[in-house]
Design a protein around this ligand. Structure first.
Ligand code: G6P
Length: 368
């Protein structure tokens, strides 16, 4: 195929900026905008009502999309979710029951460990559903149900637009599951669908923070280590932020559940280690604020990613606050992907790194 960068310096920048469009396109595939309902574009060979559990496996960024969706499936549809990286799932001999659902997430549909996990689950007679971006891929061919992400070709090794499209599809599935299981009323479904429909526009709004983020990236480029913190769905996002940064800038970064701060990472905090906190104004916002106070009390420099309400409420001195548009807390991880991607991208570009082809990494890991 031929892909070009358009007006962008790198594919990664182009793919970050494409997100309002491709998330919108993916959404249009799963959602009836006028009815305010999720309408899945495929038949399911099982009923969400009958599921006792979902087992998710994936690798890398796709795994972190899966981890966000665990919060959604459990909260919105009250289905217990187990999730593991595919390289563990395939060997750990988890007790599985025929008729359960095994869910896989993969941009390429060719990742060796994820494909092996899919074959393993199918052999155990589980229903298989794969969220994939490449419709002609091996995983798409071998899954009972294919939930396609419509991100288009992703060239940058570090996944960006595929991730937010995966989140969009996974949230649509969780809403459909909630409806089937009677845990979401039609009214609640409409509220969530309206929140999803607003996301592409809010992503465009979030892109307007790019210049500020670029300036902040210069600060970040001086760091040897960076800590990312978040609670709830912001926790997998903290891990995704750290993964992006380490992949393309080679700065050591870790993502932690904010509540685990006291169980280790607090020992590392000093004025040289930036702490990036992702904290939308939600039911656990106050808890994250108290973790930030612990960081601040030890001289840590905080970069806070929050929304308009959150920015007013913290009352904390931060190195910088990136203010996102206010959104429904359920969709916040989709929107907050934008600033963490831009931060990693601009840090790596400022450091002169090859962001589209980082050393030692492959776009698709097809060998174990
Ligand atoms: C590699 C890529 C990542 C990707 C992961 C899983 O590590 O560099 O960007 O998230 O593989 O790939 P998949 O194609 O299965 O989503």
């Amino acid at each position: 195929f031929m892909a070009d960068k358009g007006n962008h310096r790198h594919f990664m920048a182009k793919e970050i900026h494409e997100q309002p469009e491709v998330v919108g396109r993916t959404l249009a595939h799963y959602v009836n905008f006028s009815a305010g309902r999720v309408e899945l574009p495929f038949e399911l060979p099982f009923d969400f009502k009958d599921l006792k559990r979902i087992s998710i496996s994936a690798c890398g960024t796709a795994y972190l999309a899966g981890l966000v969706s665990k919060y959604w499936f459990e909260r919105l549809a009250r289905i217990p979710v187990e999730i593991d990286v595919a390289s563990e799932f395939r060997y750990r001999e988890a007790p599985l029951e025929p008729g359960e659902l095994a869910l896989f997430v993969s941009q390429s549909g060719e990742t060796a460990d994820t494909l092996a996990s899919l074959r393993y689950a199918a052999a155990e007679k589980l229903h298989t559903l794969s969220v994939v971006n490449v419709p002609t891929s091996t995983m798409a061919r071998e899954s009972a149900v294919v939930a396609q992400t419509l991100a288009g070709v992703e060239v940058g090794v570090a996944s960006t637009k595929a991730f937010t499209c995966q989140l969009t599809v996974l949230l649509s599935l969780a809403i459909a599951a909630g409806r089937a299981r009677g845990t979401l009323s039609a009214e609640e479904e409409k509220e969530l669908v309206d929140a999803l429909i607003a996301v592409p526009g809010q992503m465009s709004e979030a892109m307007k923070r790019e210049h500020d983020i670029e300036i902040l990236a210069r600060e970040l480029s001086k760091a040897k280590d960076v800590l990312y913190l978040g609670r709830g769905t912001a926790y997998p996002l903290a891990m995704e932020g750290a993964l992006k940064l380490k992949e393309i800038s080679y700065i050591h970064a870790e993502g932690y559940a904010a509540g685990e701060l006291k169980h280790g990472p607090i020992a590392l905090i000093d004025e040289t280690m930036p702490v990036i906190v992702i904290a939308p104004f939600d039911h656990i916002f106050e808890k994250t604020v108290s973790n930030m106070q612990e960081v601040a009390a030890r001289g840590g420099r905080i970069i806070l990613i929050t929304d308009e309400k959150g920015a007013l409420e913290t009352g904390l001195d931060t190195l910088a606050t990136i203010v996102m548009p206010s959104v429904h807390p359920v969709v916040a991880p989709i929107l907050n992907s934008v600033p963490i991607q831009l931060l990693a991208y601009h840090t790596a570009v400022f450091m002169g790194k090859d962001v589209d082809q980082p050393r030692n990494l492959a776009k698709s890991v097809t060998v174990e």
